[in-house]
Design a protein around this ligand. Structure first.
Ligand SMILES: [Fe+2]
Length: 140
């Protein structure tokens, strides 16, 4: 059973971003599965590294899309700062994992949930509203 099941509620309406979010969910599920099932530390690290690499590439792609959209400049800056913070957080988790912290599984679940639910469902959805033709930007 995957940790997080993809559903339509994750869709922001921008096909490229939605496809990447789906892939991200797959990698998150893979990483979470490796963590929970007692895989070797090397395997857990490899899946976390894959997650970090994909996340960084995804954020860069999402930022390029938002810069070409009608998403207001101040929102682009805010969104980029949130991405930066998420990358900082994931590197902190990587350090904790290396240090064998006992709370790491809980911390990682909190991070992944916060990321998925708060970031995709709230922040990225607002971006989607600016990118989808005909949907119109939300009221400020
Ligand atoms: Fe984002």
């Amino acid at each position: 059973m995957p940790y997080v099941l993809w559903s339509e509620m994750f869709e922001i309406g921008v096909p490229d971003i939605d496809a990447q979010h789906r892939q991200l969910l797959d990698i998150i599920n893979h990483f979470h599965g490796a963590l929970k099932s007692g895989e070797s530390p090397n395997h857990v690290f490899a899946t976390l590294n894959a997650l970090i690499r994909y996340t960084q590439a995804h954020f860069a792609g999402e930022e390029a899309i938002m810069e070409q959209s009608s998403y207001p400049a101040e929102k682009v800056e805010q969104h980029k700062k949130i991405h930066e913070q998420l990358v900082t957080d994931i590197f902190n988790l990587q350090e904790q994992l290396a240090g064998n912290s006992k709370s790491i599984v809980h911390d990682i679940e909190t991070f992944l949930n916060g990321w998925l639910i708060q970031h995709i469902l709230l922040v990225d959805k607002r971006l989607g509203a600016y990118c989808v033709p005909g949907r119109g930007a939300p009221a400020a």
